[in-house]
Design a protein around this ligand. Sequence first.
Ligand code: ADP
Length: 471
Amino acid sequence: MRVLFVTSELYPFVKTGGLGDVAGALPQALIQNNVDVRILVPGYKAILENLANKKVLRALFPFFNLKDARILTGKLNGVTSYVLDCPSFYDREGPYGDEKAKDWPDNHLRFAALSRVAADMHLYDAEWQPDIIHGNDWQCGLIPAYLNLRGRDRPKSVMTIHNIAYQGLFPPTILPEINLPPDVFSIKGIEFYGKVGFMKAGLQYADKITTVSPTYAVEIQGDEYGCGLDGLLRERSKDVHGILNGIDEEIWNPQTDKDIIQNYSAGTLKDKTKNRKALLEGLGLSIEKGLPVFGVISRLVSQKGLDLLVKAAPEVLKMGAAFVILGSGDKALEKQFQALAASWPAQVYLSTAYDEKMAHKIIAGADAVIIPSRFEPCGLVQMYAIRYGTLPVVRRTGGLADSVIEDGSKSTGFVFDLPTVSALSETLVRVCALYRSQTHWKKRQTNALAQNFGWSISAKAYIELYRGLTG
Ligand code: ADP
């Protein structure tokens, strides 16, 4: 089975979120399961610099009125890859926008071009024809629309939603520029409330739709989480599947992690406390005996629900708990956390840096990490925490609901339902109460350390889906 995996991000070269991680790990996990996967990615600078055994496959002309477009082949992360090399589109600082997060004005062309190459691969590589084209997020939304123009004799398509809140919406004036017939601009096609919707195009025409957790797959079929596409997803319900992402078990491994003071495993859980001590001492924090250290590693945006934490934290700070917060984003929210840290300087540490080493230290040194998201397609931090015996405190939504258990003797963390300050604050008090009973706490840690979030489980689910399409 041949699968062309198309992505606008690829860890460790270009990453803005979960898609980058998935693209860096899933193709490899599929290859280990004997699927012939190749990657197609835009020729950003970091991609061109890391493309090994680079060869020119084909110069593209005429193509989107460009004179500098060509397809390269080579290896990325050890995976055979196609790169759409086109400096006038991709030789820029950010993959989607400038340093102020302002979208590039020609994003519709940049990602229509990527999708067009994916759909036309039969014209470019006679030696390798995909059975499946697997696209990701709105940037790949036009792939199924272009494939549809090829009639029946075409590869099957899979469209994965990593976050339905980002839809790639453009004014209808772009239609002539993306080479689709005018009749697709209708409610049964790519029109989304008067605009051209790239995500909608993908969901309308793909053979199968997946998203990154089973619960999010259900949630996006309702109006609270569907961002206006819930009706379409309900109509296509039998083609919508949720497959939980895996985590990189080499980078996130308490037994070998080089960023932490003391490695440990389920058998040497006592050693985890050395990381806790080092974290507190390193940051100059004090804590009341018998109370937990709470960690946060997150983008500070409304999605993550951390505005609730600013108001919920004082309840347990009064008791003597400590917080280590690593996150940046929304400036108003950063200010609120700065004010919290200023009011409780001995117990709250805040860093607004992006610091991967620090993230590892928090995951290993904290007793619990807090992820009170309003919505969460999958989420990774709770899975890292579970792997380190650090108990996640999560809202029951999306991938958080699918990866954290709070159910008597099977519990691996703490789960609450309502996105409110009181629900979070009550849960934090509950965490403190359980922490006092170390036997119960250890039981949850042991349950956590027995979980498996490796990519091989997800890879098998994707293979089953592909097999269903290719017969
Ligand atoms: P999302 O993709 O919505 O931001 P995820 O939980 O899926 O949320 O992934 C977030 C990733 O970014 C995790 O790997 C997390 O460790 C990392 N991260 C977020 N903020 C920071 C930060 N300030 N410093 C280091 N890593 C961070």
